[in-house]
Structure formats: C-alpha cells, structure tokens
Ligand binder design. Structure first.
Ligand code: NOJ
Length: 615
C-alpha cells in the first residue's frame, strides 16, 4: 500500500483549478516530481480496455466472449501493457450493452461462465497481466431480483427503499417527482403500474428506463456492494473500474434542475419527455462544460459530497486483501481537476479517468493547461494522474482529431454528418498517443486504438443499439461507431473477430487493411508504434518520471522533459501542432509518431521522443 499522509480536507488547493495557459510553470521548473522507485504497480500502469462484445468471438455467434479474450491475451502481453480492464460481462438483458446488470455474481451466457472468467484471470496472471473488472453501482438492471421485488412489493415497502421511488406531482401524481432528464434522452423518471393495475409511483433512472438508480443511503445497498467487491477479489481480480462514480448520491430533496446533465452529449433538463424539441444539430457540449462546478454550479445528480464516504468503505474492503494492491478507478465526469482529485484522496480510490485530457482540443495551449492542472491537482492528494484518449463512450480519437477542432466533441458520427479527415485524424492520433504515453502516471488504451482504428461513421442506423439513439428518436447518433468488433486477420470471416461472418455490429471497409496481421512486424505501422512506445516507457519507467516544460514550448508546440523513473535518462518529448517543423537539440530519437523531415526536425502533427545525452 502507499502510505502518504495528506490532509483529507474537502477544499483542496485552488491553484490547480486556476491553471491557465498564462499561468503555466516556467520552463525548467518542476511541474511534477518523480515517483518513488518502489511505487506500487498501479501508479504508472498502462491499462488496456477490452470491450468484451467486440474483442474476440470464440464460439462464432457474432459477439465476443471470455474464451475469445483468454485466447488473445498473449497479444496484450506482446503489446506491452500492464493490465486489462474488461467492460461488464455480467448477466444482463443488454439494454445498455451490459451496463444494466441483472446479476453481479455471474457471467452472461453470451460471454461464457464463471469457469471461463476464472480461466481468463488465471491466464492473464500467468502472462503477467493484472485484471480489472467493471463495477456498476449507480443502477441495476430492471431485471435484477431486487427491482422485480420492488415492483411486486408496492409503495412504502422495504424492497422499494433500495431504489429511488417517489410519488408523482400533480393532482393524481401524473407528473414526475422532479424535472430531471435521463442522460440518454427523455425523462429520468418512469411511472410504474401497481399490482392492482392503477398508475403508481415513479422510479428514478438517470440512464435508460431499464437502469433504475439504487438508493445509496440504504445500508443494504452499501453492504451488498461490499460483498460484490469481495466476491470478485476472492476470484483473483486486481481491481475495479467504477461506473458513474460521481452519480451514486443525489442531492437531498431531489430538487428540480435547470442546468445541463449530459455525460456524453448535451441533455437539457427542460427538454420534453422524449427528448423531442432538442436540436440534434447543435454542437454537443463536452462533459467538462456540463459538470464544471465553477461555471455552472453543482448539479443535484452529480458529484455530491456523500459519494466519498462510499469509496472510503470500499478502499477498506480492498485493503483487507493486503498486497499487491487491488485498485479502484473512478469513471467520474467531473471537472475542474481539483474536484476530480477528491475521488483519489489517500483513503478513497486509486485512480480516476482524466476526461479533461480526452476532451481537450488539438491545441498546444489547451493540452499543456490540462496536463499541468491534472498533475498539480493529483499531486496535491498524492495520487497518480491518468491519461486517456478513447473509450467505448466517445468517438475514437483517430476520427475525433480529424474533425474541425473548433467544434465540441460529437456523440457519434453518421453518414450525413461532416466526415473526419481520416489521414489527418490518424496522424494526430498517433502524435497524441505518443504524447500521452510519455506523461508521468497511468494510461488507458482502448481496444483497437493501437491499430489506428477509426470510428465507423457510416454504419446503417438499423444496426444501432445505443439507448441514446433510440431514446432521442435518432436525433443523437450515440456510441455504436466506437464499439465495432476488432479486425485480427484480413480476409478471414469478420476479419478474424470470430468464425462467424456476421459480427453484432458491421465493420467498416477500412478495418481489413488495419487488421492486426497487416500491421504486425510492419515498420511504421500504428501497432508497431504502440509497441515501441510501451517498450521504452516500461524500460525507462517514464510513468514514474518527473515533468518540466522545455523552452521549445510555444503556442503551437508542446515540449516537455520527463526525467525517467530509472533516474538516468531525460526524455525530451516534442509534439508539434504548428505549421513549422521544430528542430530538436542533439540527442537520440527513440521513436517518432511519424516521419521526421530530412534534416531531423519534427513536422506538424508529430511527436518525437528524444533521449538527451547525460549531462
Ligand atoms: C458509463 C459507461 O461507460 C457507459 O457505457 C454506460 O452507458 C453508462 N455509464 C451507464 O452505466
């Protein structure tokens, strides 16, 4: 365990919050000090996200599964990551791709069995990989035994008390208890029909109607999740990615809210019950804007102070297992960085996804500001910073960075939308990843980004499964385009995803040439770039290193020095977002995200790692 004694105040320093491009630390002064050489595994881990439906399909039913994952684990060892995080594989009706859990202690038959899960964990450990599983505590599926019991038991029952049931407003209770919308569009409340056939109470679902929110003030809910943590720790998992970690506690009294709500796109609290009237063409706001405490004030459904006590309890459960540490990583779309850092205080979670980094535009000033603010905020609480560019909820960065950077990040891209510039997007994505993997802390890699996979931007609507698409009457495209099955072997059925010809989502034509077998051993391929970056990062322990800005930094250039965790090497990282090539000082170019100029300069949209001579 890390033993850092730090104040557990709720008011962390405001310095990080006020980091702007104008207040960045001067070149040569330490922004972030190196980690101790014997720091625990998770402080610099690179964690690879597997989306089980779409990684590898062993039985040929068109959907990925645990035996498929187990068979492909050597690929991850060879890639050079430290751990794998699996999105949910639990029993689920799959109304939100498994984030609607009907049984937290069993595997959905589509993915396999508990024996398959045990075999997967054992094989990962054999290969030296840790395993992180997804935990979904904000809501269950409406098919969970507790929710079924709640519906059957009726108003005022102990069964209903585990969820957020309320009487409606208006003379006959026909209006929902408050005006909260669902993140996926439409109302955040649904009225039930009671056993006697009469219209009854309403239940809260911040997400889909099939995802009723749990009542985290109820001791049985708290105890149940302690037990679920133990169930999976006893099976050998090394940690948990915590879904919607900022949402479990709602403000007392559930007051109306007229601000923004969205996690993935702009959802207006005053939109109509089905989301009609919302302008699908308007730019979507980033989660940062939505949840910025300084800009909009805290919404009553996110980032309430009460969530922290829950995670203090979980930390104790995990620590009872001793060494090596088992970890918690918060999926919390919370900004600014010093609010997010409250989730990773020494007695809470270990990591939190850094979505400010993912949300930053391809702009040197914006990126430097986010990098510095993130490091300073996490340093304030003694936690490592994490870095992430893609996941199963956002447009893949190889496509996102090929879009007009003056517009906010969209929630999905469809054939009729402005299409990303694929060449530009991939060039920038490679540069962004090379920047990310040079930064101190942990990093998350989303399956297929190591192949440079683009978003599927022309998927026919008939395939779409994201509840956002359906709940907004197709006004918001949603996340299916980033969840398309992996191409392993060009020309094989479903490009080697599995023996069947028809994966659950269709692959775009571009995936064949990007298949693993087309890139393995090919100099300059994106796969070999990732392997090289990960190898150097691990060898020189750059994840444990320190960070200072280099004097080459400018409005269009990010230049940083990472004095590596091995204490011997200084890495100069240059990411050039400007038009003019940047000439590095003398040193050895370890790796570059694209070709350098004939004179060895770093051209636009390129990152180079330069090992400086020992002074
Ligand atoms: C966040 C998950 O990443 C997302 O996929 C899911 O839809 C929501 N939480 C609801 O569980």
């Amino acid at each position: 365990m890390v033993s850092v004694t730090l104040p557990l105040t709720d008011t962390l320093t405001e310095t990080a919050a006020s980091t702007t491009a104008d207040t960045l630390t001067a070149p040569g002064e330490v922004v972030h000090a190196a980690d101790s050489p014997d720091a625990p595994w998770w402080r610099d881990a690179v964690i690879y996200q597997v989306y089980p439906r779409s990684w590898a399909d062993a039985d040929g039913d068109g959907m990925g599964d645990l035996p498929g994952i187990t068979a492909r684990l050597p690929y991850l060892r060879d890639l050079g990551v430290d751990a794998v995080w699996l999105s949910p594989f639990y029993v689920s009706p799959m109304h939100d791709a498994g984030y609607d859990v009907a049984n937290y202690r069993d595997i959905d038959p589509r993915f396999g069995s508990l024996d398959d899960a045990d075999a997967m964990v054992a094989e990962a450990h054999e290969l030296g990989l840790k395993v992180i599983v997804d935990l979904v505590p904000n809501h269950t599926s409406s098919e969970h035994a507790w929710f079924r019991a709640a519906l059957a038991a009726g108003p005022g029952s102990p069964e209903r008390a585990r969820y957020v049931f309320r009487d409606g407003r208006g003379p006959d209770g026909e209006e929902p208890p408050n005006n909260w919308p669902s993140v996926f569009g439409g109302r955040g409340w649904t009225r039930v029909t009671e056993a006697d056939g009469t219209p009854g109470q309403w239940y809260l679902h911040i997400f889909d109607v099939t995802q009723p929110d749990l009542n985290w003030e109820h001791p049985e809910v708290v105890a149940e999740f302690h037990d679920i943590l133990r169930f999976w720790c006893d099976r050998g998992v090394d940690g948990f990615r915590v879904d919607v970690a900022h949402g479990l506690v709602k403000r007392e009294g559930l007051p109306d809210w007229h601000g923004k709500v969205g996690l993935y796109d702009e959802v207006d609290a005053d939109a109509g019950p089905t989301g009609e009237g919302r302008d699908a063409q308007q730019p979507h706001s980033s989660a940062g804007e939505v949840l910025d405490h300084t800009a909009t004030g805290a919404s009553p459904m996110w980032d309430q102070d009460g969530v922290h006590e829950i995670y203090r309890g979980w930390r104790k459960v995990l620590e009872s297992y001793g060494l090596p540490d088992r970890i918690l990583c918060a999926e919390a779309w919370v900004t600014p960085a010093h609010r997010l850092a409250r989730y990773v205080r020494p007695d809470e979670m270990h990591q939190a996804f850094n979505f400010d980094f993912l949300d930053a535009h391809w702009d040197a000033g914006a990126l430097r500001t986010v990098i510095e603010a993130s490091l300073r905020s996490n340093d304030d609480v003694g936690a490592p910073t994490t870095w992430v560019l893609s996941n199963h909820d956002v447009v893949r960065h190889a496509s996102r960075l090929g879009l007009d950077q003056s517009l906010p990040r969209p929630n999905g891209i469809r054939a009729g939308d402005p299409q990303p510039d694929a060449v530009l997007g991939l060039r920038r994505a490679r540069a962004a990843t090379a920047l990310m993997l040079a930064l101190p802390g942990g990093a998350y890699v989303y399956q297929g980004e190591e192949l440079g996979l683009p978003e599927h931007t022309t998927m026919p609507d008939s395939f779409r499964q994201d509840p956002t698409f359906h709940r907004t009457s197709a006004k918001v495209t949603g996340r299916d385009g980033c969840r398309v099955p992996m191409p392993w072997v060009k020309g094989a059925p479903s490009n080697g995803f599995g023996p069947g010809d028809t994966p659950w989502l269709p692959q775009p034509d571009a995936y064949a040439d990007l298949a693993v077998d087309q890139q393995e051993g090919v100099a300059g391929s994106t796969l070999e770039l990732y392997r090289a970056l990960l190898e150097y990062r691990r060898k020189h322990r750059f994840g444990h290193g320190s960070l200072t800005w280099d004097a080459l930094s400018s409005d269009t250039v990010i230049a940083l020095r990472n004095t590596a965790g091995d204490g011997e090497r200084t890495l100069l990282v240059i990411t050039n977002l400007g038009a003019d090539p940047v000439t590095p000082p003398p040193g050895e170019v370890l790796v570059a995200s694209g070709p350098l100029t004939d004179s060895g300069a770093v051209p636009t949209d390129t990152t180079a790692w330069v090992r400086l001579p020992v002074a």
